[in-house]
Design a binder for this molecule. Sequence first.
Ligand SMILES: [Cu+2]
Length: 445
Amino acid sequence: MSLSRREMLIKSSAALAGGSLLHYAGKAEAKETVRDLNSKNDPPWKRSALEPGTNYKPVITPNGSTLDYRIVDGVKVFHLIAEPVRHEFLSGLEANCWGYNGQVHGPTIEAVEGDRVRIYVTNKLPAPTTVHWHGALLPNGMDGVGGLSQSLIQPGETFKYEWTFAQHGTLMYHPHHDSMTQLGMGLMGMLIVHPRNRSATPAADRDFALLLSEWFIRPGTERPDPNVMEDFNVLTINARSFPGTSPLIAQRGDRVRIRIGNLSAMSHHPIHLHGHKFQVVETDGGRIPAGARWPEATVTVSPGQMRTIEFVADNPGDWALHCHMTHHMMNQMGHGIPNMIGMDPKGLDERVQSLLPGYMTMGHNGMGGHGQHINMGHMDVPKNSVPMISTQGPRDYMSMGGMATLLKVRDKIEDYDKDPGWFKNPEGTEAKRAGADEMKLDGIV
Ligand SMILES: [Cu+2]
């Protein structure tokens, strides 16, 4: 049976129509997806403000603080003051930095989704500045980009920012004017927005906020130099370097949330947690649906990113939490030095000591013992410097420094604000010098 010409025409035009319908349906679907991402066609900040939210568990900012606010006519009012601040990174290293409200970094600002916030920013710096609310969904004119969305806040001036939070999540704040200098001098802070509906995220027993940054401070000087591009030698968590970082304390079984922001100039930081696995539950854009997460032990946080991890602290101990870039785990590491590894310095040391008493070639067996020699007074270093310095641990000298802290998990925590001291490994669970007998038994010797 053959199709008439007329039937053919009808069929093909139906196919054509069907095709264009499909095409149209495809477009409609794409449009729908975009609509899903934003809840309405209006910008999200246009939602009306709710009563100031108070039903939240504040985050803990180790080595930092939280900014106070007052409520005026249903608006949460904050005041940030940008100013020069003398800051200690760890014992032995201080510098003249820039911070907010007398501290480096600035205090953590906390709000609740639906809150209307009014944030005054007073500039007591010797340079103009602005504040950008990094990741916030707000009117363009509140975005803080100097010269673009607003005039610069000149020294001595106070500007007012105001908007309603239409989101919850982990955000940050920092200047958006001469960012290289102003972030390099320490101007930054965390901005946490709690969900209005507390069931939107599972409750965390311990909720920490950590802000990563990097600095260059030439040993013996007292002023961060923001002009370097690669040679950052002071790596910090909440503006402190290990061993100057306060430990994160958790009781066994606690659900722990760690919000990590990175405002380093040039470096991403793969943050590695020992003894546990975690899930990345939140990015800059919000909460990740449970089905889209995967287990991790290291999360990379690039400049300008936020990543929130959650896990159950189920493994008692003193666990390192640190950037895995090895040059970021040291304090004031000098680069461009000759490679001395494997060299026998004996003859050289004796000859140089005749000219320079106390001279000691460093680095021939690596950098691990360097800080220890300095700590023990065997080696002079410039005043106000911490080259490769760490501290004596419970069992030996630790060589870890820089962007590192400790997660201290204990079976029972009496006081979360008190450092529980060093962990005592239960009998038989610590690596020890092997005995001759056991090595023989296992066929090692
Ligand atoms: Cu790093």
